[in-house]
Every structure is written in C-alpha cells, then in structure tokens.
Ligand binder design. Sequence first.
Ligand code: ADP
Length: 364
Amino acid sequence: MIRSQDTPADILIVDDTPANLDVLSTMLTRHGYKVRPALSGALALKAAQSVPPDLILLDILMPGMDGYMVCEQLKGMESTRDIPVIFISALDDVRDKVKAFQSGGVDYITKPFQLREVLARIENHLTLDRLHKQVHTLSSLKDQMVRTVSHDLVVPLDIVRHCVQSVRSSESLQGDETARSQLETAYTAVDQMHRLVTGLLDLAKIESGLSLNLRTLTLAELLSDPLQAYRVPAEQKQVTLQFLPPPPVSVAVDPERIAQVLNNLLSNAVKYTPSGGTITVSARHEKGQVVLTVQDSGIGIPTTDLPRIFDRFHRVEDDAHLEIQGTGLGLSIAKAIIEQHRGRIWAESEAGQGTQIRVSLPVT
Ligand code: ADP
C-alpha cells in the first residue's frame, strides 16, 4: 500500500542498548515519526511480521541474532521482504559495510551519527520506497488494462474478421471491383488488429507465469510440425526451405509453446526473404545445450536495431521492413517463452545480408 503523505511513517528501531534506543526514539518521535523500539533481533522479527513498518533502523552487533542475520531473515519473508533496512553501526570497516548491503540493507550509517544525516537518509529511503511502490502499482494497472482491453476486443474482432472473410470469398461481388478492393482493405486491417490483440493477450498470459506443460521430445519431433506448416507458404513465395538433420538429442519443453516460437521465426524468415532466397533450419548440440538456428538470406536487420528487435512493438523502420505486415510482437513473445524454458534467444544479422536467429535450450 502507498503511504499517504499525512500518515506518519512507522519506523522500527532495533538495538540491544536501551540508551541508544532512547536517543533515536526521542529524536524521531520529535520529528513526527511513529517509532517502535525492539531490544533484540528476535523481537524485531516478531514486530515486523505482525505489523510491517515503513522502514527499519538496524544495529549490527547484538547478542544472539546479529543485524546481518535479522536482515537476511526479513528479506527471506514475503511480508517483510520489501521493507527498507538501514544499518546503524559502530563498525567502520568496508567489509562490514559490504556485508550489510549483501544481506539486503539499503544504506549504512556509522556511529556516532549526526542527527541530520540520519533524518536525511530516512527521508530519502522512504521517498524511494514510495516511488518504487507507485511504479509497481502503475505497471500492474497497465498490464491489467492491456489484458482487459485485449480480452474484450478479441471476440468482436474475430466475428468481424470472419464476416469480412466470408463476404470477400462469396460470388455476389463478381464484377464490382470497387467493393472487392474495399473489402480487401477491410480484411487486411481487421486481420492486423486481430493479430495485435491476440499477440498482446499471449504475451500477458506468458508473462503472468503460465505453467509449462513439459514433455520430452527429440529435435526431429519438435521441428517437424512447424517445418511442415511453412512448406507451402515458402513454396508460394518461391523461397527454398531446407532442414539439416538434427543431432539425436531430446529436450524437455512445452511443445505447443516451442512450436509457437518456431512458427514465429519461420514466419519472419518467409516474410522478410524475397523470392529466390533460402531458409535453412539447423540444430547443434554443445555443452549441455541444443542450439537451433533459423537462417535466411533475406533483407537482414541493421546492426543498430539488433539489440531491440526482441522488445515489444519494435519494428525496423525502413521501407523494406515496413512494407511487410507485422505487429512487432512475435519476437518478444518468442523471447518470453524461451526464457521461461531457461533458454536464450538472440539474432545475428546485417542489413541486406540475411538473418540468423538462434535459440538455445538445455538438453535433458
Ligand atoms: P513482426 O510481426 O513485425 O515481424 P517480430 O517481433 O517478429 O514482429 O519482429 C520484430 C522486427 O524484427 C520485425 O518487424 C522486423 O523488422 C525484424 N525482423 C524479425 N525477423 C526478421 C528477419 N528474419 N529478417 C529481417 N528482419 C526481421
């Protein structure tokens, strides 16, 4: 929850020396904070779990559980993981400071401290934390909105696409060239919209951590359907589609999802390769990984675009690419799926020199 500006921040101070607790408590209360003192690590953990504070000031040297251990435990629990922890300690060695950050602290104040410094650091971290939560809230709101809008659009778009398609292929428009061409334009537009909306829905589904339906398949089994599906489109475009025999290894994958990746890569290869070109699909086995490659002799990707083609909506902005229909979502979906399989996807290309998209997956 985002703390309203009017509610005083709730600060938990942890120190085994009552005198230290008193000094900090008095000072922070005077500056308008709500303060809860804890005399040991165990008491601090209990207090933080029952009512999570906005920030914790944590001493390091305490008998029993020291500050590092307390911080690690806080970071290990869902309810206290995100509370900023500032260490306050007389230890001034750089190793102690590094250890404090490694255990999950956001800041370190050395004793004896200056009052104003402690206040400034507390305010700083409370602001950062507030902004962080706001960004998180906005981002999930945006994801939710994209999901809802896409979901509500997909059915009506499907209906419109279906109707336009059936009128388009009916005999009744024979001779009316204007109507035919307008229907053609309508179909292209609605089909593009449909792809965009289903792509966004797919991406949202995958990014929300959809569980994988894993099965163990040989590479030949994995590649056979997608290759079969692209034989005709490649032939129609007079592009040669060849498949080099893969090594006899198996991978544990969700076949439907990996087929979606391969379909995307093959669809791009066919789209961005002019007639007379060649697409080669190959696989090799190295260091516990299988590397699949879809190589084409097409229009290529300029070097400056290479790092961004896996970003959603990124399309190469030159005439050669933009005259071919696309949504800029296919490769971001492919990346999300491959990363869910603990694999990697990357591209090698140069403008005009063809493209190689490689996917690596762990071998079972
Ligand atoms: P799109 O639907 O636009 O093809 P993708 O996410 O699949 O979306 O690809 C992103 C962009 O990367 C494409 O718009 C295109 O500019 C470029 N691209 C992808 N694959 C290829 C390829 N094989 N050859 C040339 N350009 C490609």
